[in-house]
Structure formats: structure tokens, C-alpha cells
Design a protein around this ligand. Sequence first.
Ligand SMILES: [Zn+2]
Length: 175
Amino acid sequence: MVLLPHALVGAAIGAAVRNPVLGFCLGILSHHLMDAFPHVDYGSRVIAKSGPRFLGRRPDLKPDSPRRFDETFWKILFVDFTVAWSIFLWIFYRLPSDLWLSVFFGTFGSLLPDVLSFYPPLTRVFVKKYRIAAFIANIHNFFHWGLPIKGIFWGVFWQILFAGSALYYLIKIIR
Ligand SMILES: [Zn+2]
């Protein structure tokens, strides 16, 4: 999934458990559970036919795949990041300070699997060096149901539902 729903769900978990360590662990768990729902994300443009590994299938990639880190990729990342960043500035502005650490680590945990799996310099270094990073990257590949762009309805449905529910919960806390 894209950055925004993961970050919001991680923040909501952090706010709910009020414990940075537990928030961090549940944040990581939430990432994999959410990725198991069919979704479109940064990899969708290279997928021809989708199939999650946890259902015993494999995604077919397009033979003429666009380069993964091309201009469109960076544009989408910029919008995703800017929206998430703006919402988080507002959340932290309103959030009681005793929840800051917990919300920060919940969010950090919820984003970590994507950082480890998709940012190539990090992936190479960490996955080689640390078993835990390789383990998280493997789990990430296994519990990931990426759809091609044509599956856009279900591709965004779950992401809007997750992001909306988490935001609703956070607004109730910080209001
Ligand atoms: Zn992911």
C-alpha cells in the first residue's frame, strides 16, 4: 500500500496502546496485515496479473515494465509524502505530549517494512547484514497483494477504508 494509510494506522495504534515498544511492534504487524489486502501501489505499474504468494500464486510482471524509479514514481511519492507529512504536522500539533513517543514509534513501525524492502541502498545493506531485516523483507514479499493499475477500485477501496478509520480515531483523540 502507499505510505499514507500505513502511517495513519500506525499512528492510531500508537495512540491506542500508549506504549512506544508495543506501538512499534504492532505497527510492523499492521503493515503486513494491510498489505495482504488487494491494493494498488508503487509497484502496480509493473504488474500484469496479480497473485499473492500467501495464496500460492505469483504476480506476473509486464515484459515492457516502466523503470521502477522513473519520474512518475517520484511524482506519486511526492504527493503521498506531502499529504502524509501535512496530516502528521497537524496531528502532532494537537496531540497531547504524553502520546508523542508512542505515536511516533507506531508510525515508524508501520512504515519500516516498506523502507527495508523498497529503498534499494537500505535493502542491500540491511538485508545482507541483519537477519531480522531479511526476515521482515521476506515476510513483506509473502504477505503482499499488489494489483495491476486496472484493479483500481479494490486497489484503493481498502486503503481509503483503513486511512479513513485511522484518521477518524485519531481525530476523536486529539479533538
Ligand atoms: Zn508494504
